[in-house]
Ligand binder design. Structure first.
Ligand code: MN
Length: 354
């Protein structure tokens, strides 16, 4: 299939731009969502996220819905218009994690098959992460293996909590075991807030991407760290978006207070770990800038993590702003660091063949 890319006004560059947190939805997933949204007692966060996008007449919502289901011309035209060479695709949040276990487990292979088909249609433009139904950890481990074997997929996405449950719970650890064994990084992407957390956020209108998502996903990553996941699976790699959901900024206090809390023996959940929280962040995580096109935050995150651990992401279609590519191009980085940020780190983390 051929495309006629628009002429870019961005300067020619000695690297490709790879965007690493780019969402899609098979139309069938939206049909399942419609059925969930029609029920009584719908999860408040889900209703406020997908319920909004799927029913709002606003131009932004309609645009997002059109883009989410497109894995061909429209998406590629937007990539060309914004100077994105490759999108690393992920099933949009909450994926199957809002579904009942049986529906989730039967839907997920279809979603991954559709993703693989899109990559096959556009192999120079798309790569993708395996979506999972953490409701069934054993099935998730098998799905990782299936997609690795059948499609050569090399990473996975989990949209934060699964109906209020966290991956720090050992029942989910077969997923980590498989991901580590297959050397597939897991992108921990935000979800809407779980019922037990959402009230004070929604009351203030702050439950969404403005703040709530970052708080909840940061909490989730921290729970994974403090529960000892990386002592059990030292070679497990994870990816966080949104400048690490602010965890790098917290790192000093996390280390100090984690140590104090371990020593106090106040909490059963806070047991000694082999390393400091900041060490797991720097050695088991990669961070993307998704949604944050801001030089000072990028440079701080690069200084904390190392320039080889910070990757570019657009967060298409939720934050499709071509000018943000230009804003990031203008951040003061050496040519080598810029190439790491836009290309080399993504090639390494997602094992891309470009
Ligand atoms: Mn996103």
């Amino acid at each position: 299939m051929t495309h006629s890319p628009q002429k870019l006004d961005l300067p020619t560059r000695p690297y490709r731009r790879i965007a690493t947190e780019e969402a899609f939805s098979p139309p069938e997933m939206l049909e399942i969502y419609r059925k969930i949204l029609a029920k009584d007692n719908v999860d408040v966060g889900f209703k406020n996220l997908m319920g909004f996008y799927m029913s709002s007449p606003s131009e932004r919502a309609q645009h997002i819905m059109r883009c989410l289901v497109d894995l061909d011309e429209l998406r590629i035209a937007h990539m060309d218009a914004s100077g994105i060479d490759i999108q690393v695709l992920a099933l949009t949040s909450p994926g199957a994690q809002i579904m009942d276990r049986e529906t989730a487990v039967s839907f997920i292979p279809n979603a991954n098959d559709e993703l693989a088909a899109a990559i096959k249609r556009h192999p120079t433009r798309f790569a993708g992460m395996v979506a999972l139904a953490p409701q069934d950890p054993a099935a998730s481990a098998k799905e990782l293996q299936r997609c690795a074997d059948l499609y050569g997929m090399r990473s996975a996405v989990i949209n934060s909590h699964t109906q209020g449950e966290y991956l720090s719970d050992k029942k989910f650890w077969p997923i980590f075991e498989a991901a580590e064994a297959l050397n597939m990084p897991i992108y921990l992407h935000p979800n809407s807030l779980p019922a037990q957390m959402i009230d004070p956020f929604i009351e203030a209108g702050l439950d969404g991407a403005i703040y709530g998502f970052g708080v909840e996903t940061g909490l989730h990553a921290l729970r994974i760290i403090t529960s000892g996941v990386f002592d059990q699976f030292p070679n497990l790699k994870m990816v966080l978006g949104h400048m690490g959901e602010a965890l790098p900024f917290w790192a000093y206090r996390l280390d100090y207070m984690h140590n104090a809390t371990v020593r106090s023996k106040r909490y059963e959940a806070i047991q000694p770990t082999k390393r400091k929280p900041s060490e797991y962040l720097k050695e088991n995580f990669y961070i993307t800038n998704s949604g944050v096109a801001w030089g000072p935050a990028l440079q701080f995150t690069q200084a904390f993590m190392g320039t080889d651990r910070v990757l570019y992401a657009m967060d298409y279609p939720y934050q499709y702003l071509p000018e943000e590519v230009d804003m990031l191009e203008r951040v003061d980085m050496t040519p080598e660091v810029k190439r790491q940020f836009f290309q080399d780190n993504a090639v390494k983390v997602f094992d891309l063949k470009i």
